[in-house]
Design a protein. Sequence first.
Lengths: 464, 256
Amino acid sequence: MKVDSNNFIALADIAISDGHVPQAVGTGTRTAFNRRLGAMSATSPEHGDAMRQQAAEAKRRALRKLPELLEQAEANMTRNGITVLWAEDAAEAKRHMLDIVQRHDSKHVAKSKSMVTEEIALNDALIEAGIAVIETDLGEYILQINDEHPSHIIAPIIHKSKDEIRQVMQDKIGMPYLEDAQSMVAFAREKLRVEFLQADLGVSGANFIIAETGSLCLVTNEGNGRMVTTLPKVHVAFVGIERIVESMEDYATLTQVLPRSGTGQNMTVYTNIINGPCHDGGPEHLYVIFVDNGRSRIYANEKYTEALACIRCGACQNACPVYRATGGHAYGWVYGGPIGAVVTPLLVGIDKATPLPNASSLCGSCKQVCPVDIDLPRMLLDLRHDIVEQKHTEFMWNASMKAWEQVCASPRLFELGGKAARAALTIGVDRLVPNPLGQWKQQRDFPNFAPKSFRQQWRERQSK
Amino acid sequence: MHPRPSPKGKPVALFVTCIVDMIYPDTGMSVVKILEHLGIAVDFPMAQTCCGQPAFNSGYRSEARTVAQQFLTAFENAEVIVIPSGSCAAMVCHEYPTLFADNPRWQPVAERIASITWEFTEYLTVGLGIEDLHLKLPRPQIFAFHDACHGLRLLGLGSGARTLLSNTENAQVSSLVECDVCCGFGGTFAVKMPHVSSAMLQTKIEHIETHEAQTVVTGDASCLTQMNGGLSRQKSAKRVRHIANVLAEGLPDHEG
């Protein structure tokens, strides 16, 4: 997918001034946030914390053993009759897919929701090769017919209101005006049912790969994941290499926090554990494509390895006040919100996503809700440091920070600087030259400096 | 966190923060008056400037280190450091030890300083174990409370400030919707992404406007500047005040 993350500020401004996106995103994220809180502390807040700790440790252990677990998974999958393929980057992943399509002479691809296929822009490659591809997750389907991309990890269409969704369905797939959501869903279901029956190849992602059994785990709420992985004769699963967990026991731990953190459910409606191809009615061919696409680079940098612990629940997006204000599209790539602000620069290159680590007030809500306790604010700080070290900063900021450093290193200069700033603001110098205060004052007043600083008052007090 | 020596019976070295020094000296004086009312000796080391957080949070670690070193120099001999800001206190407690990790001269100092530094209300409630300052406000008032992010999530400040305020005679504390959601300040974020910051602020202002209280209380002068900046621009009659200013109004000899 094209990376537009360097335009974060402009894209965010558009979303904010339009107003529809923050309205829809604000409502959706708050609902999900409250449901998560309820589900995680249903037994007791302590129980919720214990679940988080256990989940965090399960994923960290998996990361520590990542290379060996991947090999173990491959061996077990191969034994189970799964064809395992490896893709270093998006291009290789797409090549594998086109080879598979050609081998099985597939014409119709039905997909269940998968963020990694968004990353590699799989649909574009298939369409270019003359293959029909349909998204079957309801939200993804509506986005596809409207030529849009998901804006949230698990609620892809969170940026749209019910009215907007209705309009898309009326305009694009001939739906008559239907008032309630249930009728709209029923209409989409009729359309999608035909697609499921027509599909000769199903594409899915995977929420977890269990190394000790070589199983593929998928959680969904709409049942489309099950259709896509059972009806067509060929099933291809795209999996980020970090989806791996060591054991069924770890899976059991993580599958408790994933739906609770994502949607506030104790369990999703459908849970699929797929062990291999099926010779009595299900897919006869099962391929798993392990996608790296920059993940090894993250793995190798110990400051950010932990980012790979993410189980893609979207809780940090729901909790983030920046994401609530801008929506996910402003982040300019696949992943929005705090996790997106961290992994986007790491996956696509910091020069292509420079504003993202700064798109945070460092309030810490993301870490607080993360089911695997990823220290996202810490990583944002480290990325900001990387940006400075790699000289992707603006001259104005470099100069300001240097000057500020000099001033703060000397109490005398500091006091003089305060007086000078007060004088400058009194006569309005800030209005003459572009400066950070001008940015501040667009929508906010700034207080006057005190006639006497604290240190002046203290000095006078001491000499009395 | 490092084990923290009890601050009881020790003189306090006050770090007022750069913003309080220049813009809100009353907040600093309020802290001094409250501590002196409790019979605590207060000193203001004149060599203090800023904690270094603006540079640190912007990724300028070398610049931040220079400024942090100024802090360490100013407070090297302190026994207890009190800061009327959860954010600056978090910078000192959490970042200084790692910021000087490779510096044998300053690393031990940074470790010690981190262990003796307290946010103002944390010092009173956790450090000294005081829950009631026996204060009385001149007239009955209802307050809403905003939990500033760094105090809440980095220092783990609980309900200490609220307790001090609700135990003040004539003060009633009533909860603010989304009291623990960021106001949009975020340091340089507020000027690097002014529209995003202001959109976050707008949500906060809507919650303040629908609340019964005329005054919102918080523990950080920077968040207060953000919120009051928006309230003032929108001609609201409501204001956000620092917890120290409000508490100081309840001192027996307060000049109203």
